[in-house]
Ligand binder design. Structure first.
Ligand SMILES: [Zn+2]
Length: 323
C-alpha cells in the first residue's frame, strides 16, 4: 500500500491529515468514482487513518471547489422543491414522512418539547413535524433555494449558510440534530465544539451518519452508495464517533439503526452495480431482490435481536460532558 504522501497534487484538491486525530499516517483503501460520472473514469481515493482508523477522502475537493460536484442534474437532495416526482421519488417522500414522525417519537422519549436546532435542515420537513408538535424550531442550511422553500412552505425560522456564521444564542437549545450532514462537514471537530457552545448543559445532540462498518457497506464495497465520493468527506464507525465526541466534550449514550436507510442504500448501490455493468435495465429486478436480501440481513444483524451492528446508517444519541 502506498502512503498518502505520494499522491500527486490535484488541482482544486487538498491533502489533509486525519480530521479527528490529526495523524499524518494513512493507508490507501480503495478508489471510488463519482456515481453521477461513471463514464468519466475519474476516481477519488479513500484512506484509513493508521492511528484512529477513521476512513476519509484524501485528497478532497477544497471548500471553494466542492460546489461543482453538487451540480449534477441527477443530484436532487431536496425533492420538495421539484415539481414532478418519479414513482421512486414519491415513495421516498412517503417514507420520509414516516421517518420524520419516527424521529419525533425517539426524541420525545428523551426530551419534552423545547427549543430545537436542525443543522443542514434542507427544505424543513423534519423541523415542520417538530413545530407542529409544540417545539420552538430553528434551522441552518447552506442551500438558499431549500431555505426559501422552508420559509415559504412551513414558515420556519431558517438561516442561510454555515453554522459558524449563523449567530445563534449560546446554550440556547435543548436538542440539536444533524441528519446526514456530518459526513459533508470539512472540520468535524470544530463543528462539534461549536455545537457544544450552543447546546444547553443538559441538552441532547442527535447525529445520523452512514455506517461504513455495516454489512451492506462490506458487501457493496466501492459500489456502496453512501460512500458518495467526493461529496461525503468522512465515514464514521461507532469507535470514530466515540473518539470525535470525547475529544469535543461529548459522550455517546446510545446508537441505533435507521431502518429505512438500509433499503435505500442497498437499492441505490445495486443501481451503481447495474450502471457499471452496462446490463439492460431488465436486470434491475434481479438486483432489486439481492438489495432486499442484503438490506433485510443488515436490519436483522443491527436489530435488538442480534446487536452485531448499528445499521446501514446509525443514529447516535449524544450528551455533553460537563465538568
Ligand atoms: Zn485519525
Amino acid at each position: 500500500m502506498k502512503a498518502t504522501d505520494s499522491h500527486e497534487k490535484r488541482s482544486g484538491f487538498e491533502n489533509i491529515n486525519c480530521p479527528i486525530c490529526h495523524s499524518k499516517k494513512q493507508t490507501d483503501l480503495f478508489k471510488v468514482p463519482d456515481r453521477f460520472k461513471l463514464q468519466d473514469g475519474d476516481t477519488f481515493q479513500l484512506v484509513s487513518c493508521e492511528q484512529c482508523e477513521l476512513v476519509f477522502l484524501n485528497p478532497r475537493p477544497k471548500p471553494d471547489t466542492i460546489s461543482q460536484f453538487y451540480q449534477n442534474v441527477e443530484y436532487q437532495p431536496f425533492l420538495s422543491t421539484q415539481k414532478k416526482l418519479s414513482i421512486f421519488e414519491q415513495l421516498y417522500t412517503l417514507i420520509r414522512t414516516f421517518a420524520n414522525k419516527n424521529k419525533l417519537r425517539k426524541i420525545l422519549k428523551l426530551k419534552p418539547p423545547g427549543r430545537i436546532l436542525d443543522i443542514g435542515c434542507g427544505t424543513g420537513e423534519f423541523l415542520n413535524v417538530m413545530k407542529l408538535n409544540g417545539w420552538e424550531t430553528f434551522g441552518v442550511e447552506k442551500d438558499s433555494s431549500a431555505v426559501e422553500f422552508a420559509k415559504s412552505a412551513y414558515n420556519l425560522n431558517v438561516k442561510t449558510g454555515e453554522l459558524a456564521e449563523a449567530g445563534f444564542e449560546k446554550k440556547g437549545f435543548d436538542v440539536i440534530s444533524m441528519w446526514h450532514v456530518l459526513e459533508h462537514v470539512y472540520q468535524p471537530c470544530d463543528e462539534l465544539s461549536r455545537i457544544k457552545s450552543l447546546l444547553k448543559d443538559d441538552g441532547l445532540l442527535l447525529i445520523a451518519v452512514p455506517n461504513i462498518a455495516s454489512p451492506d457497506a462490506g458487501f457493496y464495497k466501492n459500489n456502496w452508495i453512501a460512500l458518495d465520493t467526493p461529496r461525503h468527506l468522512t465515514h464514521f464507525t461507532e469507535k470514530n464517533m466515540a473518539d470525535l465526541c470525547s475529544r469535543n466534550g461529548f459522550q455517546v449514550v446510545g446508537a441505533g439503526q435507521l431502518i429505512q436507510d438500509a433499503f435505500f442504500n442497498c437499492l441505490m448501490s445495486e443501481k451503481i452495480v447495474l450502471d457499471k455493468s452496462k446490463k439492460s435495465k431488465v436486470f434491475f429486478l434481479i438486483f432489486a431482490f439481492r438489495a432486499l436480501y442484503i438490506s433485510l440481513k443488515t436490519i436483522y444483524l443491527s436489530s435488538r435481536f442480534s446487536k452485531k451492528y448499528t445499521g446501514s446508517s446509525t443514529l447516535y444519541l449524544i450528551e455533553p460532558v460537563n465538568h
